[in-house]
Design a protein around this ligand. Structure first.
Ligand code: UDP
Length: 262
């Protein structure tokens, strides 16, 4: 049976200028696998309130995200879906949970390359990923602290390792920019911008307890752990995001209803 033909094309929802896939985790995994099986190459990113704000402030970044398959991450983007489209996203698909799930569910053995985080972290994250998804192998790892002038050489090093999946943890928007700029050189079928995933997998940064995640308040936990670094992103950033959302809703209400066709 041809898997690709059994999965309908999933719809996207515009979230403040960025099209975001509306799917459950299972549907998203199936759709990605089907597209890869058809020989498509995929760039995957996750949109949360912070990345949405970055996209609003930078046309280049917003345009670039249009070339990515974008999944919804967090309560802010979910609220935006409810306000702008009248319904929530089917499931929260943050990269920290979705990426390991995608790899764990992929039966075909894959070669993984992990790029990013501080020296040593990607190796520990790779070992943790193999415990979750032992069918795969590691094509290589590399830390994420290199000068922009080294990006092409880093991409060539990754291409030489011939991975099937590249995980890029350089923070936003650096990781998406790297994937976009180097995609042809990399040649990899699937590249994913994964944020702080390696730090979590390596146990360098602790995740919120399950009940906090259940309340969709992981960002509050992260803010509590790293207030100095993150207050601007979460406190100011969330205020900015909500303001943009209310503005978009007000603008929509001001738009005249379309006239019926004669
Ligand atoms: N990072 C990196 N190179 C950089 C900046 C960040 O490798 O130049 C790594 C950082 O060590 C961390 C990951 O990117 O592992 C995500 O960074 P951050 O926590 O700032 O991003 P978030 O996912 O929270 O948006």
């Amino acid at each position: 049976m041809n898997v690709a033909s059994t999965h309908p094309i999933l719809a996207t929802r515009d979230i403040l200028g960025v099209p975001v896939l509306a799917a459950t985790a299972g549907e998203a995994v199936a759709a990605i696998e089907a597209r890869l099986a058809r020989g498509e190459r995929i760039k995957l990113a996750f949109l949360n309130a912070h990345t949405s704000n970055l996209a609003a402030a930078d046309d280049g970044f917003r345009t670039l995200l249009g070339d990515f398959t974008v999944l919804n991450d967090g309560v802010g983007v979910d609220l935006a879906s409810r306000v702008l489209h009248g319904e929530r996203f089917p499931e929260n698909l943050n990269g920290t949970d979705f990426t390991p799930r995608l790899l764990a569910e992929s039966k075909r053995p894959l070669r993984l390359f992990l790029l990013g985080a501080r020296p040593g972290v990607a190796d520990e994250a790779a070992a943790a990923l193999l415990r979750l998804a032992p069918q795969h192998t590691i094509a290589g790892t590399r830390h994420g602290y290199f000068a922009p002038s080294e990006a092409t050489a880093v991409a060539a090093e990754i291409a030489a390792a011939k991975p099937d999946v590249l995980l890029v943890a350089l923070g936003n928007p650096g990781q998406e920019r790297f994937i976009q700029a180097q995609f042809d050189r990399l040649g990899v079928p699937l590249a994913i911008g994964v944020g702080a995933l390696f730090d979590f997998l390596a146990g360098r940064v602790s995740r919120a307890p399950g009940w906090v995640r259940g309340l969709r308040a992981e960002w509050l936990y992260r803010l509590w752990r790293e207030p100095k670094r993150l207050w601007r992103r979460y406190v100011l950033g969330n205020f900015k995001f909500i303001s943009r959302l209310l503005w978009a809703r007000a603008a929509r209400r001001r738009m005249p209803a379309s006239a019926p066709l004669a």
